[in-house]
Design a protein around this ligand. Structure first.
Ligand code: SF4
Length: 344
């Protein structure tokens, strides 16, 4: 009943769900047999500490909100703050047009039959005004990074580090390789670009990013990026929301595909940014394409090794792409299917 649901919704404090509190939170009371061993092992940034009983807590100064600890704990002792409740409230209020910006890694997540058109129909049924593919905004950022490469990389010692996708890759550089910060592209991620463009065209709109990534929840709250994206849902959360509303996206009509290009959808996998920027250089600035030497890497240990190589001056490449998850975003902790099945 709507009234009962409203009461339940009112029990939650929106600020506590959305505010400046960390996105990944620990519930030590839920900790069971392994007593923190699995989550501690899973954290690539050594942000899990354990109390005298072995129960986990989070060192906020190190945590990058990647969500790997959440996936590692089968007892729910670590969780990310779901934004379900304020989002459901917003969708029910009909006070704003609510856009869904869906990450390129969506392909196959809700079943092999769920095309972009079917997903769009399901989201409209949930109460969204429209769905866009974040891949479309990835295209804009690709063009921008191609021109940044042209401007920034002038001789054999110059290189550009892409900032396109992964907030954990950027956090790793900020925390451990601050001397390389000057080489990072100033471009925002396609997620942030999608929110900014939509709100430029419709200032009253709200934008919800839906993807495989837990870290995007904290990226959306960064002081210089805040306001572009109002809510972030993982694919797992979207699946729960659709099930709760008894919507089967596979059975929805496949009427209209949101616009997106081949290049933007490549962003779902490691190497996609390099490939898209390389292709763009060939088309727009061909004189630079032949000297474009990309290198791609994924997983935090390999990202760290590559950054150490760069620092030691042993790098041959001049365009550096790093993704925290193995395989890229198709391997993100909020995905539904195994990384190898994600088609991006
Ligand atoms: Fe998020 Fe992983 Fe993709 Fe990085 S690689 S943006 S952490 S899903």
């Amino acid at each position: 009943e709507p009234n009962n649901s409203e009461e339940v919704l009112n029990e939650y404090d929106e600020e506590a769900l959305m505010g400046s509190e960390p996105v990944v939170v620990a519930n030590p009371d839920a900790c069971r047999e392994c007593r923190g061993a699995e989550c501690e092992k899973a954290c690539p940034l050594s942000a899990i500490t354990r109390d005298e009983l072995g129960r986990p807590s989070i060192d906020k100064s190190k945590c990058a909100h990647d969500g790997y600890c959440i996936s590692a704990c089968e007892f729910g002792a670590l969780a990310d703050k779901s934004q379900f409740v304020p989002l459901i409230r917003l969708l029910r209020q009909h006070s704003h047009k609510v856009y869904a910006s869906v990450a390129p890694a969506f392909a196959g997540q809700l079943g092999p039959a769920v095309t972009a058109g079917k997903l769009r129909s399901a989201l409209l049924k949930l109460g969204f005004a429209e769905m866009v593919e974040t891949a479309l905004y990835a295209d804009l950022i690709t063009i921008k990074e191609a021109f940044e490469y042209d401007e920034h990389v002038k001789d054999a010692h110059d290189f550009l580090i892409t900032s396109c996708c992964c907030p954990i890759w950027i956090k790793l550089i900020e925390n451990k390789f601050p001397d390389l910060l000057g080489h990072i592209s100033p471009s925002v991620s396609p997620m942030i670009a999608s929110g900014r463009v939509i709100k430029e065209l419709e200032p009253d709109a709200k934008v919800v990013f839906i993807g495989p990534c837990v870290a995007k929840k904290s990226e959306a709250q960064l002081p210089d990026l805040k306001g572009a994206i109002d809510f972030v849902l993982t694919f797992q959360e979207l699946q729960t929301l659709l099930a709760a509303a008894a919507i089967n996206p596979a059975a929805e009509p496949d009427e209209e595909n949101p616009l997106a290009s081949w290049g933007g959808r490549l962003y779902a996998r490691t190497g996609g940014v390099s490939e898209a920027v390389g292709t763009t250089l060939e088309k727009l600035i061909p004189r630079r394409a032949e000297k474009f030497k990309p290198v791609k890497v994924d997983g935090i240990p390999d990202c760290t090794k590559l950054l150490e190589e760069i620092r030691a001056g042993r790098l041959e490449a001049n365009f550096i792409e790093g993704m925290a998850c193995k395989g890229g975003c198709v391997g993100g902790p909020g995905r539904i299917i195994p990384a190898e099945q994600g088609t991006g």
